[in-house]
Design a protein around this ligand. Structure first.
Ligand SMILES: C[S@@+](CC[C@H](N)C(=O)[O-])C[C@H]1O[C@@H](n2cnc3c(N)ncnc32)[C@H](O)[C@@H]1O
Length: 494
């Protein structure tokens, strides 16, 4: 066996190699296997924890060291060492059931030939994943290609299955190919060392179809030999049309969900995206170079017309309004709060040319984003928004009125209001508990107690009228917010 040196060996994260505690692996195998003669496959078996729990099992594993360990752990299994998608394309083997914990490799690292093969394999089964898919979703689809009619599968999946758009084609495919699809959301961390939460997926009756997703939110996994039966039946059409293919809203009670829907559909409610455009702040490519302190700008004689006050990150931002007084206070404390904003064309003052040719300038122009643009020193997409929106929050994202004509980096979203009339009441409504609930439902948990609002999620935020807000039952909304925060471990990190 070829030994790779530590320098060339891909990291645990790059391989998505986080092995499952044996207790959970054997429990999932018990869910999947019905008879001792059932043929079981783990498509990414690591060091063999799933295959070791059943006598008639097969494992595929890319990593030679892990594959050898799997063979030692369970000598009775057949272990194929190599890429699962290549093997799946060629094999004539078929299985009664599958269980495992597929690699969670994000789209940025899930690339090259493996991704190409994975997406082609899934496309042949009729599932089209976008380029943003992480590796685990194609693994599950490809595994179904090896199942016999009536087959079952039991897998650990990231909690992203409850919100990530790339996981929707997987769920669409599973409800069209299995009699029953169960998703078990588990609040307890199955992998305490990982920031991401994990849920479980169980499907049975391959070859059939269903019009509902059985969903069970539980605190802890427990030790049952069968998946939890006390589930909510989510009609697939409701999941698709009402909740835009997201399962997270089903962490709430029926009544909280109905209340949210009623407010969202109220004639006086709007989505943030309907009254405002939401975009990214600028990417300078070299913040240390492009963000100057007032004293540096004075020393270098940079004309004030080429400097623009900027918000570098959400930490420096007040909670409701950014005023000129705050910006003046940054200036007085000589913070790096001036963006060097140079035009694409035209003559540059000598002082600026001198700064660009310093050692720091030479370094900055080599930075990836600077190399990719022409001219390298002209930062694009510098916008002066009406509001700044924090998109990574502990408690709740802030919408901050820009009274200082400042711009901001991509550490913040920029919000430009289309409807001035509505804008005037925006801030008042933003402070309401209902909008906080909307952030919890439309955004997603990032791990470590954080809530993230992608641009498309921010556009979906529901803004009721002040009158509707005043009529809402505070305690029910409060309790819904705390349920969602509890699921993203916000409360437990405070
Ligand atoms: C999350 S670990 C799980 C291992 C095992 N199922 C468990 O839960 O203990 C995922 C495994 O997938 C393997 N893997 C990653 N890409 C693979 C590929 N293309 N084909 C086969 N295995 C792969 C990794 O080396 C890693 O061992």
């Amino acid at each position: 066996m070829t030994q790779l040196s530590p320098a060339t060996y891909p990291s645990q994260k790059a391989r998505g190699a986080y092995y499952t505690p044996e207790r959970i692996a054997s429990q999932l195998v018990r869910w999947a296997v019905r008879n001792s003669t059932d043929r079981l496959i783990d498509p990414s078996c690591g060091d063999g924890r799933f295959v070791a729990a059943h006598r008639n099992s097969w494992g595929v594993e890319q990593d030679a060291i892990a594959a050898a360990k799997a063979k030692r752990r369970a000598p009775w299994t057949t272990i194929h060492q190599g890429d699962f998608f290549t093997w799946a394309e060629q094999t004539h083997e078929s299985f009664d059931c599958a269980a495992g914990n597929p690699p969670f490799i994000r789209y940025q690292s899930f690339k090259g030939q493996v991704r190409k093969r994975a997406l082609e394999f899934c496309a042949n089964l009729g599932v089209k994943f976008s380029g943003l898919t992480a590796s685990w979703a194609p693994f599950l689809v490809a595994t179904t290609g090896l199942l016999r009619t009536g087959g079952r599968m039991a897998f650990i999946v990231p909690a992203a299955i409850g919100h990530a758009p790339y996981s929707a084609p997987l769920l669409d495919y599973l409800v069209e190919h299995f009699d029953t699809l169960r998703i078990v959301a588990i609040r307890e961390k199955l992998f305490p060392r990982l920031s991401e939460d994990c849920w479980l997926l169980f499907a049975e009756g391959f070859g059939g179809s269903t019009d509902e997703i059985r969903f069970t939110p539980v605190e802890q996994l427990g030790n049952s030999d069968v998946p939890p039966l006390n589930s909510i039946g989510i009609p697939v059409c409701e999941w698709r049309d009402v909740w835009k293919r997201r399962l997270r809203p089903y962490l709430l009670s029926d009544s909280a969900r109905s209340l949210y829907r009623a407010v969202a559909k109220h004639q006086d409610s709007v989505h943030l995206g309907a009254v405002a455009s939401i975009g990214l702040g600028y990417v300078s490519g070299a913040n240390d170079f492009f963000h100057l302190r007032p004293s540096e700008a004075t020393d270098m004689d940079i004309p004030s017309g080429l400097l623009h006050p900027t918000v570098r990150n959400s930490r420096v931002l007040p909670s409701k309004e950014l005023t000129t007084q705050t910006v003046d206070s940054w200036r007085r404390s000589d913070e790096p709060m001036m963006l060097l904003r140079l035009p694409k064309n035209g003559h540059l003052p000598t002082s600026v040319s001198k700064y660009l040719s310093t050692y720091a300038g030479q370094e900055a122009r080599e930075a990836y984003k600077c190399r990719m643009r022409n001219p390298w020193y002209s930062v694009p997409d510098v916008r002066v928004p009406d509001f700044f929106l924090t998109y990574m929050a502990g408690r709740s994202p802030s919408l901050v009125k820009n009274l200082a004509s400042a711009t901001c980096t991509n550490a913040l979203h920029v919000v430009r209001v289309r409807d001035r009339h509505r804008a005037s009441s925006l801030l008042g409504v933003w402070q309401s508990r209902f909008v906080q609930l909307s952030c919890e439902l439309e955004g997603h948990a990032l791990g470590g107690g954080l809530l993230k609002l992608e641009l498309r999620e921010a556009a979906q935020l529901v803004l009721p009228s002040p009158h509707v807000v005043s009529c809402l039952p505070d305690s029910e909304i409060e309790s819904a917010i705390s349920t969602m925060r509890n699921w993203r471990h916000y409360a437990s990190t405070q």
